[in-house]
Design a protein around this ligand. Structure first.
Ligand code: ADP
Ligand code: ZN
Length: 209
């Protein structure tokens, strides 16, 4: 199973991706998580990426494509994988087509209002990147990750101006990917205004079909 999750920031990709990865045992590849890890470790790649990310802009294609090429060589990808946040541009999708063959693409969709609301109330685990939401998916203990006990924080790029820039980038550069994959007959759409359980079971029925 080689999957791609498309969707605006805040559409629910990360949350549903975690559930899919657990059920099917595939590798979860989040380019955003890999980039944040590189920044934390102060690698050369992290330094290149930081300015773009802080502004809400996309990181240059060649940086991200390099990350993905390396990541796919790791042994856990043999059972399959789920891309969360990649590809985000047509050149990234074309590069991916040269590396591997994707089995399904799921676009998670929701209104702009929901997206803004979700991003403002989102908390992320510093250790394992698990996502919580103070309104809809609160952690059992305040400020603490349910899965690993790590500290929860609000990401830098969650500021309203930065969020706006991320949504503009999505519209201009990432939204065209839905047509790209639709033309290949790979695309399914799932609305994400309902509960994570309901969204998940819809995704499962698409993956098992
Ligand atoms: P979200 O889905 O909430 O926008 P991500 O964690 O996927 O967050 O991405 C955060 C940031 O990392 C993006 O705004 C962008 O700067 C950078 N990034 C992640 N993946 C890519 C990618 N495939 N191409 C370019 N930039 C990326
Ligand atoms: Zn955690």
């Amino acid at each position: 199973m080689k999957l791609i999750f498309l969707g605006q920031p805040g559409a629910g990709k990360g949350t549903i991706a975690e559930m899919v990865v657990e059920k099917y045992g595939v590798a979860h590849i989040s380019t955003g998580d890999i980039l944040r890890e590189a920044i934390k470790n102060e690698t050369e790649m992290g330094q290149k990426a930081k300015d773009f990310m802080d502004k809400g802009e996309l990181v240059p294609d060649e940086v991200v494509i390099g990350i993905v090429e390396d990541r796919l060589k790791e042994p856990d990808c043999e059972k399959g994988f789920l891309f969360d946040g990649f590809p985000r541009t047509i050149p990234q999708a074309e590069a991916l087509d040269k590396i591997t063959e994707i089995s399904k693409v799921i676009e998670l969709t929701c209104s702009e209002e929901t997206v803004l609301d979700r991003l403002a109330t989102r908390w992320t685990c510093k250790e394992c990147s698990a996502i919580f939401n103070v309104k809809t998916k609160p952690p059992k203990e305040e400020g603490k990750c349910d899965s690993c006990g790590g500290v929860l924080y609000q990401r830098e790029d969650q500021k309203p101006e930065t969020v706006k820039e991320r949504l503009v980038e999505y519209k201009n550069k990432t939204a065209p990917l839905t047509d790209y994959y639709d033309q290949k007959g790979l695309l399914s759409r799932v609305g994400t205004e309902s509960t994570p359980q309901e969204i998940f079971s819809e995704v499962v029925s698409i993956l098992d079909a």
